[in-house]
Design a protein. Structure first.
Length: 73
């Protein structure tokens, strides 16, 4: 499970695909997430192309609008 804001999810994606090392973006993201993320709880969905990539790793999104109030830097 991941609890993260949409901005945070986009940041994770950017860091992951910045250096693919021979992997496809989908496989690199899945590898960087530990290969076992099934659920992502977020305040809003990230950009659609990033959302689709997370979904292709097998993750399911659940929206939790109040998450923004819980997560602090």
């Amino acid at each position: 499970m991941i609890f993260e804001t949409s901005e945070g999810l986009e940041g994770l994606y950017q860091k992951s695909v910045a250096s693919l090392g021979g992997f496809t973006p989908e496989k690199k993201l899945k590898k960087d997430l530990g290969g076992r993320v099934s659920y992502i709880f977020t305040d809003a969905l990230p950009a659609s192309d990033i959302e689709n990539l997370y979904r292709r790793t097998g993750a399911t999104f659940s929206l939790v609008p109040k998450l923004t109030d819980i997560i602090t830097d």
